[in-house]
Design a protein around this ligand. Structure first.
Ligand code: ASP
Length: 460
């Protein structure tokens, strides 16, 4: 028998490999039927997938006799390689969408900013507050992650990273400028892409003021591209349940149960950061002279919908309705800031989550989380906090941005364990994202005298 063919090309030598590939296919078929017959919604299927992936990983470990180093067993290694086809393949498809999404959506956000007298103040205060609160979220998350040693002493990896030469801040900033935008796009260099997209967007606005006809075809084209990319994103995110089974089973089977301590710590720190962030948001409201208790009452519907739907975009109409009807905020301000918040300045996703993932990976691979790292991280977060899709799991399209920018991109796969419990984290993320956008809308609205305080305070 040609062993090289089986061992190295097919990666299939033991009966266990066949059985577990078969089992994964059976689970996929079951998920497919549940979807086709509309027995379970996407959220339901995600939860089921989490449960199944966990179970499958445990069964693999059990059949192997609970080994301490599972990857030392040939057939587990083979199963992992095969499952990787789905798990790593899914991650690759997500990354495929990042550059087009960032380019197109940033151009779009800038082009679609409405004109008007107070537009300057509205934009600067809205964007400023969203970025500021996102950074507060990141700082809370970095602090808690370091206090609890997130990712340190992890059994997941051994540091293979070489000590990097220290580059000056000037060189770093210069390196972020897109000297060749096409190179930036093809290398997946996100910050140069964001800067290039912003220039394109601003130039379109200037040209629109002079003669809109010339740029209209481009605006339409960009709008069409946005719709196409969002459809692709929806499709890819729709495969999340399948990917979760493979991701989770792989994670558990190849690393043993220890990984769960890691994920449990992550989830604990994450939820604690969200709660602290909520207190910060309420403090900002109180400082603006708006009652937090009334806020919870007036915005309850939007907040609950955010938590359960896991989509800032999906919640948008309800957010606008609650702001205008229950809080007496004017429609323009409400629509502008909540739409901005459904695509960026997300306190939970861009702030807390991205910061935690970056710190965790840095600690896992032994990269120092020092002052330079933190400053770079905050810079990247503020620069890249616009362009996240407000859909379930939307952050996954862009979570590689801070990692890539910090030189940790090659370790992206280490996020798999955390991704495996993403549906749960996403509920908290979206809740605090939407709450951040609502808080920003009300605070900016109050500063511009756009809030009808009588309506805000009224019993309803
Ligand atoms: N689901 C989040 C939102 O819509 C985005 C994310 O963090 O995945 O706000």
């Amino acid at each position: 028998m040609n062993t090289i063919f089986f061992e190295q090309f097919l990666v299939f030598t033991g009966w266990q490999t066949g059985v577990f590939i078969g089992l994964l296919i059976v689970l996929f078929v079951i998920l497919g039927i549940l979807k086709k017959k509309e027995i379970l919604s996407l959220s339901g299927r995600l939860l089921l997938a989490t449960f199944l992936g966990f179970g499958l990983g445990l069964i693999i470990l059990f059949v192997a006799g609970m080994p301490e180093t599972p990857l030392g067993i040939v057939w587990i290694h083979e199963v992992r390689t095969w499952y990787g086809l789905i798990a790593d393949g899914f991650m690759a498809l997500l990354r495929m969408l990042v550059v087009p999404l960032v380019l197109v959506s940033i151009i779009r956000v800038i082009v679609n900013m409405d004109g008007g007298k107070r537009i300057g103040k509205l934009v600067s205060r809205g964007v400023g507050l969203l970025i500021a609160t996102t950074l507060i979220g990141a700082i809370i998350a970095i602090t808690l992650s370091q206090i609890f040693g997130l990712g340190t002493g992890s059994a997941l990896v051994h540091s293979e990273e070489e000590v990097r030469a220290v580059t000056s801040i000037i060189t770093t900033v210069l390196g972020l400028l897109p000297d060749n935008p096409f190179a930036a796009l093809s290398n997946g260099a996100i910050i140069p892409t964001i800067i290039f997209a912003s220039f394109v967007g601003l130039a379109i606005r200037v040209q629109t003021a002079k003669d809109r006809k010339i740029v209209q075809p481009f605006i339409d084209f960009n709008e069409a591209l946005y719709a196409i990319i969002m459809n692709m994103a929806e499709k890819v995110i729709g495969w999340l349940p399948y990917a979760i089974i493979a991701l989770l089973a792989n994670t558990i089977a190849s690393r043993g149960l220890q990984v769960f301590t890691e994920v449990a710590t992550f989830a604990g720190i994450f939820i604690l950061s969200v709660l602290i962030m909520f207190v910060v948001q309420m403090t900002i409201l109180a400082l603006a002279g708006l009652s937090p208790a009334k806020y919870i009452k007036n915005m309850g519907k939007a907040l609950i919908l955010a938590f359960t739907s896991r989509s800032s975009l999906g919640t948008l109409p309800v957010s606008v309705e609650s702001l205008t009807k229950n809080a007496g905020l004017n429609q323009g301000t409400a629509t502008f800031i909540t739409s901005l918040g459904a695509n960026g300045g997300m306190n939970g996703s861009a702030g807390i989550y991205s910061a935690m993932i970056s710190v965790m990976i840095a600690n896992m691979v032994g990269h120092p989380v020092d002052f330079t790292f933190i400053v770079m991280l905050l810079l990247v977060i503020s620069l890249s906090s616009f362009g996240i899709a407000g859909v379930p799991g939307g952050i996954m399209l862009t979570i590689s941005i801070p990692l890539t920018a910090l030189g940790l991109g090659e370790h992206f796969a280490l996020t798999a364990a955390v991704f495996a419990i993403d549906p749960i984290l996403d509920m908290f993320r979206t809740f605090i994202n939407v709450s951040g956008a609502l808080t920003a809308s009300l605070t900016v609205g109050k500063s511009l005298d756009d809030v009808d305080v009588v309506v805000y305070q009224a019993e309803n």
